[in-house]
Write a protein of this length. Sequence first.
Length: 201
Amino acid sequence: MTEEIQEPTAQTSDLTTTQKGWLLLQIYFKAMVFAFTGGLAATPQLIHDITKKHRLLSEDEYLEIIALASSLPGIIGVNNAYLTGKRIAGNFGAFMAISGTVFPAFFSMLIATTIFRSLPESRVMRGAINGIRAVSIAILLNTGINIILKQRKLPFSFAMILFAFLAPLLTPLSAFATILLCGLCGIVYVVLRSMTAKGGA
C-alpha cells in the first residue's frame, strides 16, 4: 500500500517569514512537550510536521539537518531547532524554533524542582518514569531505522552508518573521535568524487 500524502494545512510557500517563524514555534513546542529524553525523542513528530504536514522542507533536507545537529557540540534539540529555523525563516525562524524547544524543558524543570522531594518516594512516579524511558528508547530506535532505510541505496552513507555504530562498540574509539573520523572520510569522499567528475568531463 502506498503511504497517504497529507495535504499541507497552509500554503507554506505563501507564508511570510514572520508567519513561518510562528509556525516553527508551534511545531517545536508541540513536539518538545513530550520529548522526555531529549530532542531526538521528538524527531519522528518533527519529521512528520516539517516535511509532510506543512512541507517546509523535503525529508532529505531535514534528515541532513538531523545528522548535522547530532554531530555538532551542544544540545541536539537546540542545534536542530537553530539549523531548521535558520534555513526556513532566517534568524527569526531560528529564534522561534529554539524558543519552542527550550520553553517546554524550562517549564518542566520548574515543575520537577517544585515536587523534587516527592519523586523518589512515589512508586507511581517511578513507574511512569520507567515507562517513559522505555517508550523513548523505542522512538529513538525507530528514528535510527528510518534514517538507515533512507540511506540504504547510498553505499558510502550506509558504510558510514555501520562504521559509526560498530567503531565505538568494537574499538577504543570514542564517539567524538568516530564523528571526526566520519567527517574526514566524508570530506575525502566528496573531494575524490569531484576530481573523478572533472576527469571524466
